[in-house]
Write a protein that binds this ligand. Structure first.
Ligand code: COA
Length: 259
């Protein structure tokens, strides 16, 4: 696979997508979306991949959509672009394995939304967040109005999106925008530690839990509970369930195969 804007690697069950446009602080353009989508197509099919890490570089996770290409957009261009962004975010959210955003530096606009579309966010103490689109006369369009609201609640989401102010990693942790905050020098090791833990979990059960958590926003509690019951019962048809329970009874660590 040939990528223009990302570096895509796979190692010991961990796929990593590193955004690679350092000259523009990893601003997200159509090439980034295409590359990301192709990398996801690959990892969806690859059972050896158990977890995805999305990261940038020290200075920037991603500083948002590429404003330079925005300037000449017609409403039709904007519609086409943002449809592609939303498809990419949806694909990431629906990925059949857990994803971790490993964030250092700027995570602004579309970059912040990319992190929000991951399942877990771990950030370095130099990370800064924000949805500053309002200052450009627009709004977040890559699911930020929904995902941020779900994470922090309506009142705080309105304040953050209306004012478009940038906030640091400590505030992001307080708000619940990120799960963990670590010193910059520990970010890589802590991200890998978390990823390795996830590679040792049963993939089908993980995917089921992820789907149900997402579903919980869209269905009433009775439908959600019914779906949970069905998934719960279904997992008893997997080898991983047998292995997990046998390992417990035998006092050893389970080795899950994703079957
Ligand atoms: N789109 C396109 N280019 C971007 C960009 C973006 N979102 N963010 C940064 N860049 C480019 C800059 O234009 C600059 O390029 P140049 O060297 O050719 O001029 C380069 O990245 C470095 O950015 P610069 O602004 O010089 O760095 P800084 O450290 O002074 O400021 C930011 C960093 C992130 C605060 C500032 O770049 C910024 O506000 N970016 C836009 C953030 C934003 O509004 N995102 C939402 C978009 S919808």
């Amino acid at each position: 696979m040939d990528f223009k804007t990302i570096v895509y690697t796979k190692d010991s069950g961990i796929a990593t997508v590193q955004l690679n446009r350092p000259e523009v602080l990893n601003a997200i353009n159509e090439d980034v979306l295409l590359d990301l989508s192709q990398a996801m197509d690959d990892m969806v099919k690859d059972d050896t991949v158990r977890v995805l890490i999305v990261k940038g570089n020290t200075e920037a996770f991603a500083a948002g959509a590429d404003i330079k290409s925005f300037v000449s957009y017609s409403p039709q261009d904007a519609h086409q672009y943002i449809s592609q962004v939303q498809m990419g975010m949806n694909k990431l959210m629906a990925l059949n394995k857990p994803s971790i955003a490993s964030i250092s530096g700027y995570a602004l606009g579309g970059g912040c939304e990319l992190a929000l579309a991951c399942d877990i966010r771990i950030a370095a103490d130099n990370a800064v967040f924000g949805l500053p689109e309002i200052n450009l006369g627009i709004i977040p369009g890559g699911s930020g109005t929904l995902r941020l609201t779900r994470l922090v609640g309506e009142g705080k989401a309105k304040e953050l999106i209306f004012l478009g102010e940038i906030f640091d990693a400590k505030k992001a942790l307080e708000l619940g925008v990120i799960n963990r905050l670590v010193p910059l020098e520990d970010l890589e090791a802590e991200t890998l530690k978390l990823a390795r833990k996830l590679t040792r979990k049963p993939p089908i059960a993980l995917h089921s839990a992820k789907e149900l958590i997402h579903l919980s926003y869209d269905v009433d509690i009775h439908t959600g509970l019914m779906m949970e019951k069905e998934k719960f019962a279904y997992l008893f048809s997997t080898e991983d369930q047998q292995e997990g329970m046998l390992a417990f009874l035998e006092g050893r660590k389970a080795s899950f195969q994703g079957k």
